[in-house]
Design a protein around this ligand. Structure first.
Ligand code: FPP
Length: 234
């Protein structure tokens, strides 16, 4: 499952608060949602925290969100360890400052052996950059004779993503009612079911997560094939 946590700014404005407070409350929702996801038996739960386009936001907001990510990971690490949660980071490494980069890498290394839910924070993530990097790397390896692009190209692409171990997304949720994916997990969501609940992210609850999973369970997933023929009762 993957979540685009949208609506922090609008939530803050409605409460008469600064956007920063909206992001702070947004991060405050994460521990409960992660615990609920683990309790519901999810295997991967990815969160869109900072996109390659979010660098276009004011510098103060960049500092605010990236600082909150760092604090969140540092504070949650002991909880993740005791709950057997594995932490993963998907995104571009180069532009992230050394302190946040070290925090994210440290959490990845510390939890690498855990076998519960994988919590993936997508930080400086963009689906197009991820795919163009993969294609560039494949072209290089192909030119060097280390890889044959004529065989299993989809497997080569998967192997060159930020997290080759991330499974395809079954359910993508974007809160706040906006109905677009904004460059999130482009390769991994090709057959995802999508839900766009109107709730703003700081108001999203474990109950909302549970309801989303029930809605997903009622969807008819065909993957381009025909629906199964239902037998009529005798
Ligand atoms: C899509 O919206 C991208 C996101 C929602 C990720 C960015 C999230 C934050 C900055 C807040 C992080 C907060 C928490 C609680 C982790 P967009 O607004 O970047 O794209 P759009 O312009 O297409 O709507």
């Amino acid at each position: 499952m993957a979540i685009i946590m949208d609506g922090n700014g609008r939530w803050a404005v409605r409460q008469g608060l600064h956007r920063r407070q909206g992001h702070r409350h947004g991060f405050g929702r994460l521990p409960d949602i992660i615990a609920a996801g683990a309790g519901l038996g999810l295997s991967w739960l990815s969160f869109y925290c900072w996109s390659t386009e979010n660098w276009n936001r004011p510098v103060a907001e960049q500092y605010c969100v990236l600082g909150l990510i760092r604090r969140f990971v540092r504070e949650q690490l002991p909880t993740w360890q005791s709950a057997g949660i594995r932490f993963a980071w998907a995104g571009r490494r180069e532009r992230i400052g050394p302190h946040l980069r070290a925090e994210l890498s440290r959490a990845e290394e510390a939890t690498a052996g855990n076998d519960g839910l994988t919590v993936c924070l997508c930080v400086d993530y963009g689906g197009r950059v991820e795919l163009t990097n993969a294609v560039r790397e494949i072209a290089r390896e192909s030119a060097a004779g280390r890889l044959d692009p004529e065989t299993s190209l989809d497997e080569h692409i998967q192997a060159h993503l930020y997290r080759p171990d991330m499974p395809d997304v079954d359910l993508l949720i974007r809160t706040s009612g906006e109905q677009r994916t904004s460059n999130f997990l482009t390769w991994q969501t090709t057959y995802a079911e999508m839900l766009f609940p109107p709730v703003l992210w700081p108001d999203f609850t474990p109950q909302d997560l549970s309801e989303a999973i029930h809605t997903y369970a009622e969807r008819d997933r065909r993957f381009g094939a025909l629906p199964p023929i239902r037998s009529t009762p005798a």
